[in-house]
Structure formats: C-alpha cells, structure tokens
Design a protein around this ligand. Structure first.
Ligand code: SF4
Ligand code: SF4
Length: 262
C-alpha cells in the first residue's frame, strides 16, 4: 500500500506525520516536496545522489531559416523567432519535443538541462527525496524521477498546496492522509484539498494535528478522522530538533491501522 500524506496549508504537521508513520511502521519514505524537502532532517545516514535532467531545445542557427514553425507549435511560448534570430526559453519549456519534431530543417537538437538531484538515504528507514535546482520552475519531472524508485509499500510526503505538484504526488497512492490543524486557515485549505481528492477519486481520511486548539474543526470535516496529535510544546520542540515522536508510537500505529481498515 502506498500512503500519501498531504495538507493544503504548509506548516500543519504533514512532515511530522509522514516521518513518524514511516519510522514506527517500518515503511520506505519518499519526500516529494522537492522545492523544500525536509524529511532528511530526521534520518541521517549514508546517502547517494544522482543528477536528474530533462530535454530542452537548442536551435542551430546555421541550419535555421527562421520560418517560425517551432514557435507556432510550442504551447508554452518557450520559443521566439525574429527575422534573423531565434531564442529558446528553457524555463518555460515542458520538454514535449514538438518543436524538434516539426522543424523542417532539422535545426533543433535536444540538450540536457539539469533540474535537480535524487538522494537516497539508508537510515532507520530508507528515505528517497528530490532537491530541485534553484531557478527551475517545474517540480513535476523531478518528482517523477523520485517516484520511479518507489516500491508497492511507501509513505509519500507531498508538497503543500492544492495544485499540480499535489496531484502529481498523490496520483500513484492508494490512500491519502490529509493533515490539518484546528484553525480557520487550515480548515479553508483542507476543504480545497478534499475537493481535489474527490475530483480525482482518491480515498482519504484526516489527521488533526495540534488537537486541543479551540477551533472546532472535527465537527466540520466530512471525512473519516484517522487520528489526533495533541497540541503540546514538547512536540514542537522535538520537531525543531529533528527528533521523532517516540512517546507517540501508539498514535502513529493506530493511524496506520485505521488507514488499512479503510
Ligand atoms: S522550425 Fe526550425 S527552421 Fe523554422 S524557425 Fe524553428 S528552428 Fe528555425
Ligand atoms: S519541447 Fe515543447 S515545450 Fe519545449 S520549446 Fe519545444 S515545443 Fe515548446
């Protein structure tokens, strides 16, 4: 079973749930928050890295007749062709290959652009995560490179938000845990993520972090409650030091059991 851990709003405790679920249930962990990975803070150990690239076009102007076909077929405005000059914008390119396919002069070659790296750590659990290159606008190709290393049993730490990176990270999951906290902001974002889950047909349940704060989120949530993590200063302190919540092993065991039941 692959279980994704997501939350609309950042800082709700998504990573706390993901790292402790992986550790206490002995499951491989995949951090798909490639723009800001942080699961590795909890699992130090021997690591190995592999660079990840994607293809972007390079125009060889000595072969080009500046017809503009490549510009016209590009859905992402990643090519500009002037009277006697052609420019490519790799940051906008989605590596679809249409420009080189349709170029009548064979003037476009595809070159590698480094987009980041995948790191594997052997620690208490096996952790795999991606680190996006600074300035790279598209996280999904690197997320896919991390996902290619995923087996049938995995915990996935998803990026925050409710847009494309979230959808990409939950696509291969069998179940999604949505982490929220009892605040109006968190409830607002939780509703957006629940809507996304329903639209893509992904089964999900909710974990309430910082349980005990005065805002009543529980009676408003129209989904199974998988667990509650209490609002305690010691939990925040442990998180800030990169420590696992050893006193709460039972809580994370019960969350995973509940996911299995569902
Ligand atoms: S399609 Fe080929 S020949 Fe035409 S402008 Fe683009 S690179 Fe040049
Ligand atoms: S590969 Fe696709 S997205 Fe990239 S420049 Fe060519 S047509 Fe545009």
């Amino acid at each position: 079973m692959r279980v994704a851990v997501a939350s609309g709003k950042g800082g709700t405790g998504k990573t706390t749930v993901a790292v402790n679920l992986a550790y206490f249930n002995g499951i491989d962990l995949f951090d798909l928050d490639v723009e800001e990975p942080n699961c590795h803070i909890f699992f130090r150990g021997e690591s190995r890295e592999e660079a990840v690239f994607r293809k972007v076009p390079k125009i060889e102007e000595d072969k080009c007749n500046f017809c503009g076909i490549c510009r016209d077929v590009c859905e992402f405005n990643a090519i500009v062709v002037l009277k006697d000059k052609a420019y490519t914008f790799p940051e906008l390119c989605h590596s679809c290959g249409a420009c080189s396919y349709f170029c009548p002069k064979g003037a476009i070659v595809e070159v590698n652009k480094r987009i980041g790296k995948v790191v594997e750590v052997r620690s208490n659990v096996r952790l795999t995560y991606g680190v996006l290159e600074i300035g790279e606008a598209q996280p999904t190709p690197l997320m896919r490179a991390v996902k290619r290393r995923m087996g049938r049993k995995a915990i996935i730490d998803c990026p925050p938000g409710a847009s494309c990176p979230l959808v990409e990270s939950v696509l291969d999951a069998d179940f999604c845990i949505l982490v929220c906290e009892p605040t109006p902001f968190s409830y607002h974002d939780l509703k957006l993520v629940m809507e996304v889950m329903r639209k893509i047909g992904k089964p999900f349940g909710v974990v309430i972090n910082k349980y005990g704060l005065p805002f009543d989120i529980e009676s408003k949530v129209d989904a199974p409650i998988l667990g509650r993590i209490p609002f305690k200063r010691e939990i925040a302190e442990k998180y800030s030091k990169g420590e696992l919540l050893t006193e709460y092993e039972e809580v994370f065991g019960e969350i995973y059991d509940r996911v299995r039941e569902l």
